[in-house]
Design a protein around this ligand. Structure first.
Ligand code: SF4
Length: 67
């Protein structure tokens, strides 16, 4: 369990610090199973993905409004 290498630049960190994202995402992925994160995998593969896509690959429209 290590902090994800993308954490410093990841929008999930920004949303979390703004109080818009449940801590469970950070615990389970960013400071947990990084490589199981859909964002991580797409980043590794150079695939574009929206800032409001959650680590499980679902899209959170409420975050979209807050970009
Ligand atoms: S959301 Fe995924 S890519 Fe972003 S910091 Fe967390 S584990 Fe890494």
């Amino acid at each position: 369990m290590t902090t994800c290498k993308w954490f410093a630049v990841c929008p999930m960190r920004r949303y979390y610090e703004q109080g818009k994202l449940d801590q469970k995402w950070i615990e389970n992925y960013c400071k947990g199973d990084n490589q199981n994160c859909q964002r991580y995998q797409m980043e590794e593969n150079g695939e574009p993905h929206p800032d409001y896509m959650l680590p499980d690959g679902s899209l959170d429209e409420s975050l979209k409004k807050n970009i």
